[in-house]
Design a protein around this ligand. Structure first.
Ligand SMILES: *[C@@H]1O[C@H](CO)[C@@H](O)[C@H](O)[C@H]1NC(C)=O
Ligand SMILES: *[C@@H]1O[C@H](CO)[C@@H](O)[C@H](O)[C@H]1NC(C)=O
Ligand SMILES: *[C@@H]1O[C@H](CO)[C@@H](O)[C@H](O)[C@H]1NC(C)=O
Ligand SMILES: *[C@@H]1O[C@H](CO)[C@@H](O)[C@H](O)[C@H]1NC(C)=O
Length: 439
């Protein structure tokens, strides 16, 4: 598994110094721009497979956050690891790169910062659906000097500086990625964005779910939204079975803050891992049926080492709660479903499952689930989002909320049919029920 990034052969004319490029401007709209997201797997997808992939992503998300307290090494490992583990409910966004532009599908990731694509010449690349981006064929490509702040924004443990430039080389649980940081024009939807720093991966292994790269929308300096300074972005994920395209809006177009159905809560920071790319929110209460659970600031709060906390994540499918909080939900759920018989959830990769019997799963009465956030935001979760049949015959239905030992994660199913806004400038996370097809 040799993985040596290879210096592409560049014509001198193609080499610019990215640090000297003018600031990014929006070629087509001074206010904002929009693009579309496509769900990788049809919904409802294979729930067990999704839960397994979630498990791997959760491990990386937790390592990255909690590791920040100990050594920069474990933190850095986790930060890139999260780039490549996505639940089966992942979304693709189409980006174009270079001049002339080459379009490719990238996995949308709010849990990481670096946007990357596979680049030619590739020493080891996974099969991708589109032609490889070739820096030598793009007239707007430039290398990124090691002294660039964006190179320095890469976690130190896997960054190196040598004659190739700003290189990264990382191995993760089920694969590896290595390459160098460069800059080129990216086109997203109707916007053309010159001089965006991204990772040119020349050696990769692993399963990318039909994507050719990742688009990083985290909170760190390297992320696409931070580099562009758009201030905010929003999306609305469609739950309909046909999985039509879902809108994602950047800048002034991301205006989910108007209207009386909008709920909003502060985005908070991990007090230990301040450079974590994650969007942390403050989950202050949960109601299951008639029961308000005794959630305290310790239930989902940060520990002294930066573990814990609750994030909103695009790449995790289901929702995962820290064990103490999950135990309360489970107990309240069981207490209010006395008429149903529980079955072992392990074979389905879930925890709390019920025999749905002859009844149509949708008809089994289950308690409502309401999440409450600091600042008064409330989310009454639609039933099919937290309780559904997980086998093909529809005979076993499970609670689609699971326990975790690390950071708690609100996954993308819980974000469906909502206009969800990440307001970086305002420091808030907002959401409102919406018809995503008509945004
Ligand atoms: C730079 O470092 C990377 C990673 O260690 C290595 O693969 C690459 O060959 C190096 N480039 C040069 C020109 O030494
Ligand atoms: C769902 O995924 C699991 C685990 O990968 C697999 O064992 C099972 O066969 C899949 N089910 C279907 C219906 O594809
Ligand atoms: C959001 O922006 C769009 C496009 O500028 C506009 O048509 C729409 O009325 C705005 N919505 C609200 C609620 O401000
Ligand atoms: C979350 O909100 C509660 C109630 O407003 C507050 O007591 C607590 O300190 C907040 N936690 C964090 C981590 O901000």
């Amino acid at each position: 598994m040799a993985c040596k990034p290879v210096l592409p052969l560049l014509t001198l004319a193609a080499v610019h110094i990215a640090g000297l490029l003018p600031p990014v401007t929006f070629a087509t709209s001074p206010h904002g721009f929009r693009a579309t997201l496509t769900r990788v797997h049809r919904y409802p997808f294979n729930y067990s497979a999704a839960a397994r992939r979630d498990g791997r992503r959760l491990a990386s998300l937790s390592n990255a956050a909690a590791g920040g307290a100990h050594t920069s090494t474990s933190s850095s490992r986790g930060l890139l690891q999260a780039l490549v583990e996505n639940g089966a409910g992942a979304y693709h966004m189409t980006l174009s790169i270079g001049t002339p532009p080459l379009a490719f599908p990238a996995i949308l990731d709010t849990g990481s910062d670096l946007t990357w694509a596979q680049c030619a010449p590739c020493t080891a690349c996974f099969a991708q659906p589109t032609p490889l981006y070739d820096p030598a064929a793009s007239s707007t490509f430039s290398s990124l000097p090691c002294a660039s702040p964006l190179c320095q924004a890469l976690p130190g443990a896997f960054r190196a500086c040598n004659a190739t430039g700003c290189v990264y080389d990382y191995r993760y649980t089920v694969g590896f990625t290595a390459g160098y940081v460069a800059a080129d024009t990216l086109a997203v939807g109707d916007a053309s964005l010159p001089g965006v720093a991204f990772g040119c991966s020349t050696a990769n292994g692993g399963d990318m779910d039909g994507a050719s790269g990742i688009v990083g929308l985290g909170r760190g300096a390297l992320s696409l939204v931070s580099q562009l300074g758009v201030g905010r972005f929003s999306y609305c994920l469609r739950s309909d079975a046909d999985a039509g395209a879902s809108p994602i809006l950047f800048g002034s177009l991301a205006n989910a803050t108007a209207g009386d159905r909008v709920q909003s809560t502060p985005l908070i920071q991990n007090p230990v891992a301040r450079r974590a790319p994650y969007y942390y929110v403050n989950l202050t209460g949960i109601t299951v049926g008639a029961t308000d659970l005794p959630v305290t600031s310790g239930t989902f709060g940060f520990t002294a080492t930066g573990a814990g906390g609750v994030i909103v994540d695009s790449g995790t499918t289901f929702t995962y709660l820290a064990e103490a909080g999950y135990a309360m939900v489970r107990q309240a759920f069981v207490a209010q479903t006395a008429g149903l018989s529980t079955v072992n959830g392990a074979p389905y990769d879930f925890d709390l499952c019920f025999a749905a019997g002859a009844a149509v799963v949708g008809d089994v009465p289950v308690p409502r689930l309401v999440l409450r956030f600091a600042g008064g935001a409330e989310y009454a979760v639609p039933r099919r989002i937290y309780f559904d049949a997980v086998d093909e015959r529809g005979s076993v239905a499970c609670l689609l909320v699971l326990p975790t030992r690390g950071v708690s994660v609100i996954g993308n199913m819980m974000q469906m049919d909502l206009h969800v806004l990440y307001d970086l400038d305002g420091g808030t996370f907002a959401f409102a029920p919406a018809d995503c097809a008509n945004l």
